[in-house]
Design a protein around this ligand. Structure first.
Ligand SMILES: Nc1ncnc2c1ncn2[C@@H]1O[C@H](COP(=O)(O)OP(=O)(O)OP(=O)(O)O)[C@@H](O)[C@H]1O
Ligand SMILES: [Mg+2]
Length: 252
């Protein structure tokens, strides 16, 4: 049997005396879209900081494809919550950044990313600076930079958090289609319940800090989930998840 792509067992982690992740266990299987849903300040970005190597776990184990996660060769492409694009670099040079960090020449990296601009709705904007793009376009550029690295797993931290509601909905539909086409292995962090329900195969629900998984939810709904009968089922699920989150906050 194929091992999970990512498996965290009993992981605890924090800053100085602040406990942030508490005995956290979760799995992501190859090709799965999994979301971490939890309140602000729970420790979602901290989890990504730990996976990308900026923080060490205090206890527990992290396995990747069946082996302990390597300290040196991290297998993730990470899209951070903030400051995703460098304002002084053209969009094409922002898109190549991850590849250049990996050691590819700028010319080779440009040749690799250029053909992808159309699929990411950015054709014609290669030479523009980030300030000349809409919020949705900037996020698509940041996502392009992330996926072009072709790492075994994507970590997306609130990719649509700063967008207005309409753009956000459009981006969710777009990401859902992109995932259907490419079947990336994705771990998405969000505090938007609807976003998690519409995009995910599974959701790990986090408690407030110190965060642990309070509920695992399989989203066994056909895709796309933005029309027809699925919308009503997704809405009922959303209400149910919100109830769990509110109940958990009351007990803290
Ligand atoms: N570098 C740091 N040093 C000390 N404490 C930190 C640091 N970064 C975050 N924290 C604390 O860790 C806790 C979790 O923060 P984190 O950024 O992981 O939350 P989050 O779940 O991503 O929240 P949000 O949804 O608002 O992005 C918070 O209490 C925060 O104040
Ligand atoms: Mg965060």
């Amino acid at each position: 049997m194929t091992p999970p792509r990512l498996q965290l067992s009993g992981v605890s982690c924090g800053y100085d005396r602040l406990a942030v992740l508490d005995d956290l266990s979760l799995t992501v299987n190859p090709g799965e879209f999994v979301s971490i849903l939890g309140p602000s300040g729970a420790g979602k970005s901290t989890l990504f900081r730990m996976l990308t190597g900026a923080l060490q776990p205090q206890s527990g184990t992290i396995f990747f494809d069946g082996a302990p996660l390597s300290q040196t060769a991290r297998p993730f492409a990470f899209m951070p919550q903030r400051d995703a694009l460098m304002p002084w670099r053209r969009i094409i040079d922002n898109a190549t950044l991850g590849l250049e960090v990996q050691g590819m020449s700028r010319q080779a990296a440009r040749s690799k990313v250029r053909p992808l601009f159309a699929e990411f709705g950015l054709a014609g904007f290669e030479e523009h600076y980030p300030a000349a793009l809409s919020g949705g376009m900037r996020q698509r550029a940041a996502l392009l930079r992330t996926v072009v690295q072709e790492r075994p797993m994507l970590l997306l931290d609130e990719p649509f958090g700063a967008l207005d509601a309409l753009t956000r909905s459009r981006m969710q539909i777009w990401l859902s289609e992109m995932w259907r086409r490419h079947r990336w292995t994705v771990l998405l962090v969000t505090h938007d319940v609807r976003e998690a329900v519409l995009l995910s195969d599974r959701i790990h629900l986090l408690s407030p800090r110190p965060a642990r998984v309070i509920r695992d939810i399989d989203i066994d709904l056909p895709r796309p989930r933005f029309d027809g009968a699925t919308v009503a089922t997704a809405a009922a699920l959303e209400t149910d998840i919100l109830k769990t989150l509110f109940q958990t906050e009351e007990t803290f």
